[in-house]
Design a protein around this ligand. Structure first.
Ligand SMILES: [Fe+2]
Ligand SMILES: [Fe+2]
Length: 167
């Protein structure tokens, strides 16, 4: 009898442990970004993205200083960092099918164009002319991206439509 109770207790404890473990895992999934690996990947995507900017800027500096070979190498590293960042963006589920990607980025470009315009106003009101210049220059860049993505979306939709009517 004693043996049986002990055995049963062990079984119960084992089952409880398993359930607790499963619940913990499910909770982590429900909370999404709270999972440690996911959190680290989000942070890594951010830091890799920062490195792209820094390496590109450093490459330009090296070019200005006449160190062409170093400038080219720094540019290569920037591209490597971009690929690292891209891998994490994919792992984190941020990349969809092309039509959805274009729609997401169209929204993003519309938003960033407005933000750059606002930022340029702030910069000029604070007398920061170089910031004003770069905000304005990149605002036009975002505007071009916006128009380009719109065009790509239209072309993609036409392509889908024509393949649908051809079948
Ligand atoms: Fe990296
Ligand atoms: Fe952009």
């Amino acid at each position: 009898m004693m043996e049986r109770t002990k055995e049963l207790n062990l079984l119960v404890r084992h089952a409880a442990g398993k359930t607790r473990k499963r619940l913990n895992e499910e909770n982590r999934y429900v909370m999404g970004g709270k999972m440690q690996t996911v959190q680290i990947m989000e942070e890594t995507l951010e830091s890799e993205s920062n490195e792209i900017a820094l390496y590109f800027a450093m490459s330009r500096k090296a070019e200005e200083e006449g160190h062409t070979e170093i400038a080219n190498y720094l540019r290569d590293i920037a591209m490597d960092e971009a690929w690292h960042a891209a891998e994490f963006a994919m792992l984190l589920g941020k990349i969809k099918d092309t039509a959805s990607n274009l729609e997401i980025m169209l929204e993003d470009e519309i938003k960033t164009e407005k933000e750059k315009e606002e930022a340029a106003k702030v910069a000029i009101s604070e007398g920061n002319e170089s910031a004003f210049r770069v905000f304005t220059w990149s605002m036009y860049g975002e505007r071009n991206h916006k128009e380009g993505i719109k065009e790509a979306l239209l072309k993609l939709r036409e392509k889908v439509k024509s393949t649908m009517t051809n079948h």
